[in-house]
Design a protein around this ligand. Structure first.
Ligand code: AMP
Ligand code: MG
Length: 325
């Protein structure tokens, strides 16, 4: 049933190989920086640049709902409510509920309340130091998705120190919404890339599939380790090679264990998920990384229409059942 065919070689962040070239069909493309990353929308079957404008507006709209740092966003208001109930947009409720389902599915390995711990590590600016252990212990006390209570369109966090961060799932959700918007506007061939979080619409106009490259961890950006050919699917990778700090020659990356406050140390370099839903792919890539190879693979093999490629720290590629030769 191979919907996806894997052309072997090894790789790092997700990039698009053939999708990056202008073709005879003259795709239109918009690239900008949003969500702390480079995003790109490419449409193959329309010249209507106003549709690209609409995509960027949608991205900004969702950033203003889901960002933890944009003052007045739904998530910002929940995080700064000191335990009081906060009414939010139904889409925020829907995304929170989906995110919480992965927290439960993974028995807390995936947890959307790690923000204070992530802040302590400060991966963006960290030049090589561990967080202060007293502060880390204090922050860990506020971690726990169970404190989030949803009632209708209202969200309340029982522990006022607990903070929500949807960074592990929001880009997937936004990509899915962009796809809906593009299809509503008559687009049938397009590629959405939200910082390596890829979602395709149809195939290319000539009938060929998109060729999505999976980055070889720690190699030069754009060096693939393998590629995935796909139509109408999302390909999302969670890896340790982009956001990390190196201390005493060891990599401390951004996917954290809620039980210790330290990065997961599980012999994995990355997990790529392929699913028709980008929300699912984004949530599952982080979740499977957090669960580790054995449990993560078992989870993927139990799900329909969902495949995975795990890359280990010796560059071995391990495929879910649907991708295995
Ligand atoms: P992703 O790149 O989709 O795997 O998401 C990683 C982001 O999710 C990090 O930058 C953190 O903001 C957040 N995060 C870190 N560790 C976890 C975890 N164990 N569960 C859920 N989110 C996490
Ligand atoms: Mg994710």
């Amino acid at each position: 049933m191979k919907k996806y065919s894997i052309i072997g070689i090894l790789l790092l962040t997700v990039c698009i190989l053939s999708g990056c070239k202008t073709t005879d069909n003259n795709p239109i493309t918009r690239q900008t920086i949003l969500f702390d990353t480079i995003i790109q929308i490419r449409i193959y079957d329309s010249n209507a640049t106003n549709i690209l404008d609409g995509c960027i507006e949608k991205c900004q709209y969702y950033e203003n709902l889901f960002s933890r740092t944009v003052e007045g966003s739904d998530i910002y208001r929940i995080n700064h409510a000191d335990g009081a109930p906060v009414e939010v947009h139904p889409e925020t409720i829907a995304l929170l509920e989906t995110a919480l389902s992965y927290c439960e599915l993974s028995d807390g390995a995936f947890d959307i309340t790690l923000a204070p711990v992530s802040d302590l590590w400060d991966f963006q600016n960290n030049t090589g130091s561990f967080p202060n252990s007293d502060q880390l212990q204090k922050c860990l006390e506020s971690v726990g998705y169970q404190a989030i209570c949803i009632n209708g369109n209202t969200v309340q966090i029982a522990n006022p120190d607990t903070q929500i961060d949807l960074g592990a799932i929001a880009k997937g959700y936004i990509a899915d919404q962009l796809k809906l918007y593009l299809k509503e506007n008559g687009v049938n061939h397009a590629l959405i890339d939200l910082g390596g979080n890829i979602l395709t619409i149809g195939g290319k106009p000539d009938g060929s599939k998109y060729n999505i490259a999976i980055q070889k961890p720690f190699d030069e950006q754009g060096t693939p380790i393998t590629t995935v050919k796909t139509t109408d699917d999302s390909v999302v990778t969670s890896g340790i090679y982009q956001r990390y700090v190196e201390i005493d020659r060891k990599v401390y990356h951004h996917i954290l264990n809620p039980r210790t406050g330290y990065p997961y140390d599980n012999s994995l370099y990355s997990v790529t998920i392929i699913s028709d839903s980008s929300t699912t792919a984004d949530a599952l890539s982080t979740t499977c990384f957090a669960m580790g190879l054995e449990d993560g693979l078992e989870l993927i093999n139990s799900l329909d229409h969902t495949e995975a490629i795990f890359i280990t720290d010796n560059y071995e590629l391990i495929y879910s059942d649907g991708l295995s030769k």
